[in-house]
Design a binder for this molecule. Sequence first.
Ligand code: BGC
Length: 814
Amino acid sequence: MKHKDLIKQMTLEEKASLMSGKDFWQTMDIERLGVKSMFLADGPHGIRKQAAAADHLGLNPSIPATCFPTAAAVANSWDVLLGEVMGYYLGREAVAQKVNVLLGPGINMKRNPLAGRNFEYLSEDPYLTGKLAAGMIRGIQANGISACVKHFAVNNQEERRMAIDTIVDERTLREVYLTAFEIAIKEGHTQTVMSSYNMLNGTYANENMHLMRDILRDEWNFDGVVVTDWGGSNDRVAGLLAGNELEMPTTADETNEEIIQAVKAGKIKEDVLDECVDRLLELSFTTGEVLKEPHQEIDIASHHEMAQRVSEESIVLLKNEGNILPLKKGVKVAVIGDFAKEARYQGAGSSNVNPTILSNTLESLEESGIVSIGYEQGFDRYGKKNKKKVDQACAIAKQANVVLLYIGLDEVTEAEGLDRQSMEIPENQVELLHALYEVNPNIVAVLSCGSVVEMPWIDKVKGLLHGYLSGQAGAKAILRILAGDVNPSGKLAETYPIRYEDTPSYYHFPGKEVSVEYREGPYIGYRYFDTANVNVLFPFGYGLSYTTFEYSNLQVNKNDVTFDLKNTGSMAGMEVAQLYVGCQSSDIFRPAKELKGFTKTNLQPGETKNITIPFDDKAFRYFNIKTNKWEIEEANYDILIAASSTDIRLRGTTFVEGTGAPLPYDKAALPSYYTGKVNDVSLTEFESLLGYKAPVAIWDRTKPLGYNDTIAQCQYAKGLFAKFSFHAISFAHWFLRKIGKRSTANLIMMSIYHMPFRGIARMTGGIINMPMLDGILMIVNGHFFKGLRHVLKERRKMLKVRKDKKLARVTEGM
Ligand code: BGC
């Protein structure tokens, strides 16, 4: 332990007090011992430090900060160094705002295109995610503060996010869902990890010994701090035993008291608590150093420029028929679409940043040199059809050489706490596109959204530029690409299926009641599409450039692969070359190929560079469930150098010696996994993969409701009051949507409907405690008066205890 002497001076009460927040964002301090409180703030693509009213859903304003492109955009840059520089800028702003821990990056895998927070996450691939995250963390932490990688782990849906039980087999867990965290921890050296809300195979993530102890601490040697997601603690003592130092936000001492009692009763050794205190102190002292320095103003303009640079490298050119882009000098464009007037540049929820500056397409047009003949809104942002707007748009489109059409998803559709309902963009936008096509087929669409959408309309556009959610400077960055001042170099960090139904988790997303079964195993994203040979709209790793690249001279060596990359076009540009590895043996099932390396190279016209991509420890490994270790299968491996997961430019093979581990699977029991056709695996086959019976996935409607049941389950509660409340909430949600108040309706879903009962105590900062919650549950379960009496009695008790404590403190101080 690093702070043994200091810990020796602490009382049990003081130690326990450090284990949960002082308020919504700060940790506890111990003045007499010089322990300062730390400030934690969101993250991940800008600082959201709330000076006044606090919340975890991005509702109340925060201090202005640079809004960088969201993670889904940054990932398209495939540029680790750029991510690191962005992290550095983020960290600088965090220091300026006196923030010790920046709550990001978010690195959950994109298992399904509809997952509500995909815009906040990097990729469907763990290797790309891990490398980019490690870069960002290094950048943030270079400022002397801590990053906080989140949400650990398998938090891949928003519906029932605080209660859902994720059922996933050990190999998939390791290879797909944990590898990014492993890289972030080992290579990024993050000092803080945020545990996720959900359960993993039957145990809440922060209490899960296997996840938190065996893997995080023992295998990866993580010696930093684990903080719960806000309100995500279930059993505080179980969390502490698993090594969860900090619970956020405050519980007004309630859970600290549970820790004290557990230590006194011998349920938990004081040493366990001491270790947690030690790690927390270390974080506080190391991150506190830089915050002692005098305040340094941020140069807002240079940070905005940085946000623009990140955006320029992250935008993806998806279609460019007849080289309609870059726009030829002097062509007359009609600018159409609501997003041109008011850019869609970030998502909703806890990541919502209050930008320092906001670029605007219409205002930046002149500077870009693009000749505009006018602007029309064309459609209503929130989906209402409007023929007049379409007619007005068509009228100017007729007079233009090229139509620049700004389409996408609105901010209410992509929000934390809610999964999307479909992969479509609103119908009114598609109708506008069809109408415009009739009058002028030279359409370049600019898409703004943070996740994958279907594009049955793709034939109606000649050019398609995907800006994702490109941050506060995104509008200008997009114009610079349209005008040809910047050559696009982004490549998709996720696959675009043709239809949502093609997605492997289509039948098993989201989990609606007790659990969500990851029946597709390791086959998410391109791992599925390329193995099961399912056509896609745009493959993983795809993106066009205004120039062309030629790959040649592949050489596969023992420790690396080398090849030549030449810019064969007439414009300087950057190319992302990708290394995929596939195993030729079929003894152990696996995806046809997996990303194991990548580089981004800048080349002048005609220039050739010799590129080397090393094979690292992840290149040939797989997780063997029999030995419970990473192993290597002895076999010949395909070494593929590619411009996207389906555009293989160079092929080689290499023989790799194995580690001689026993074969882990019974092939006959796992036919779908051996073919990769996993879009509808039977429960029996899934259980063969799991190695045990999956828990019953639906609610037991006969049981009384408990702490971890959600308000949504009041629909079958015994108590009339609970049933009535459920219907009132459902009605309010329906009604608010009906009258167009979608964001308020969403709020009901996020903060009430899917909230487990324990959340009432965990998120009210001490207004309602657990004994009062027992009374509420009595009411819910049909004992109205008994429950009400209990609530009132416990409230009186709580207030008395607080009063006595306050009195004791005052007397102590006299
Ligand atoms: C989110 C976290 C966020 C926290 C604090 C939670 O609702 O899941 O990502 O950091 O709130 O705002």
